[in-house]
Write a protein that binds this ligand. Structure first.
Ligand SMILES: Cc1cc2nc3c(=O)[nH]c(=O)nc-3n(C[C@H](O)[C@H](O)[C@H](O)COP(=O)(O)OP(=O)(O)OC[C@H]3O[C@@H](n4cnc5c(N)ncnc54)[C@H](O)[C@@H]3O)c2cc1C
Length: 366
């Protein structure tokens, strides 16, 4: 059996950053993924906010500078504006700096950076379970690990193996591409197009990423049917290559450490509940997990240091986003109430809500 200091399961943004941090800190590191092609199929809206927007939300500037490095070659389009569209078509526009990336290229680029830092990258290798210090795979290979990082997404095999089951709601998501229109704006649509959730249209280089997500698909409807209705209503063409997947929403767990396993990204439930965005938190938590894992094997630092680090950087904004999402759910249906609510809080309220500053009575980071 091959032995490594750190075995990272899942080469998405969380796992790639965990493996890179662990390898850079001198730990022998193995990064495994069960996909034959990293980043494919794309199950993502592919939008990431600019680092400045993240600093505004989370603080933790040093961590963002170190870990939130979007590979330039994967950027499809820079965006400057977000538009929230009410159920009856009223548009609320505010500035939001970011870009769309090709997830197909993005996941590969991050994983190759980890490899460049010294991590060993192997795929397709499906992990079937983790038992104490042994990581078992579908092909029968077993790897010894002093620390395991569970970065294997919302349906985490590592989580199931070690009894890590955070409180969460799995949102159903579908995404596809369509022809333009192409500008520097990301559009989010609320109301009947995705009851209790939202639909989106994000510009890419030569086409647009469209999709929607919601907690429960209404009886008699399907995700594909909802997407087709949304595209028809918006006058957008037919969906190409639709894929569906899950986003875990809920408050951040109290601890992301179970024995010798650390969890990061979607496997750890670290998604911004107000918008379903999880790439930035995956990268930041992955980096912190990899750093803590390496310190543990190299100098005996307790793995609980990871809990201290991610909680300091991420906990309060994520927890507040979860409370805002639960609070705003009450106004999400019917369309008329939602439209009135959006008009009432207006563009400044919607902007402030995305920045976790509204409603004030829910407290800022408290
Ligand atoms: C439709 C949709 C749209 C989204 N849009 C956005 C968006 O626009 N912006 C944004 O920030 N976030 C978005 N998200 C959320 C974002 O995609 C996730 O939060 C992010 O990918 C989390 O990264 P991760 O590394 O934790 O997990 P993942 O990206 O899911 O990576 C997990 C990796 O683990 C691998 N894996 C899983 N199980 C095993 C196993 N047993 N053995 C080996 N490997 C395994 C998988 O192949 C995968 O590569 C969206 C999600 C969905 C579903």
């Amino acid at each position: 059996m091959e032995r490594f200091d750190v075995v990272v399961v899942g080469a998405g943004p969380a796992g790639a950053l965990a493996a890179r941090a662990a390898a850079e800190a001198g730990a022998t590191t193995l990064l495994l993924d069960h996909r034959p092609e990293l980043g494919h199929p794309v199950q993502c809206g592919e939008f990431v906010p600019a680092a400045g927007e993240l600093r505004d939300l989370f603080g933790c500037g040093e961590l963002i500078d170190r870990a939130y490095d979007i590979p330039e070659s994967t950027v499809l389009r820079s965006t400057r504006t977000m538009a929230c569209v009410s159920p009856f078509g009223h548009v609320f526009r505010f500035p939001l700096a970011g870009c769309t990336v090709s997830r197909r290229a993005f996941d590969k680029a991050l994983a190759f950076r980890a490899e460049g830092a010294g991590a060993e990258l192997r795929f397709p290798v499906g992990v079937t379970g983790v038992h104490d210090d042994v990581v078992e795979t579908a092909g029968g290979a077993r790897f010894g690990a002093k620390v395991v990082v569970g970065a294997d997404g919302p349906i985490s095999t590592v989580g199931r193996s070690v009894g890590f089951a955070p409180r969460r709601e799995l949102f159903r998501m579908i995404t596809a591409t369509v022809d333009g229109p192409l500008d520097d704006q990301i559009d989010i649509f609320f109301g009947h197009v995705a009851p209790g959730g939202y639909a989106w249209r994000f510009p890419r280089a030569h086409d647009a990423n469209v999709g929607l997500g919601l907690a429960t698909v209404p009886p008699g409807r399907s995700l594909g049917g909802l997407l087709a209705t949304f595209l028809r209503e918006q006058g957008l063409g037919a969906a190409r290559a639709p894929t569906s997947w899950w986003v875990p929403l809920g408050p951040p767990p109290a601890s992301l450490v179970r024995g010798r396993a650390l969890f990061a990204g979607d496997a750890a439930n670290l998604v911004m509940a107000t918008n379903g965005g999880g790439i930035p938190t995956a990268m930041l938590s992955g980096w912190l997990a990899g750093t803590a894992a390496a310190r543990h094997v190299r100098s005996g630092a307790p793995l609980a240091d990871y809990d201290r680090a991610w909680r300091e950087a991420l906990y309060l904004p994520l927890e507040r986003a979860s409370r805002i999402q639960r609070w705003s759910e009450r106004f999400a249906r019917p369309d008329l109430l939602l439209a009135l609510g959006m008009r009432y809080i207006g563009v400044s309220g919607l902007d402030a809500m995305m920045r976790l500053r509204w409603p004030p009575r829910l407290g800022r980071n408290s």
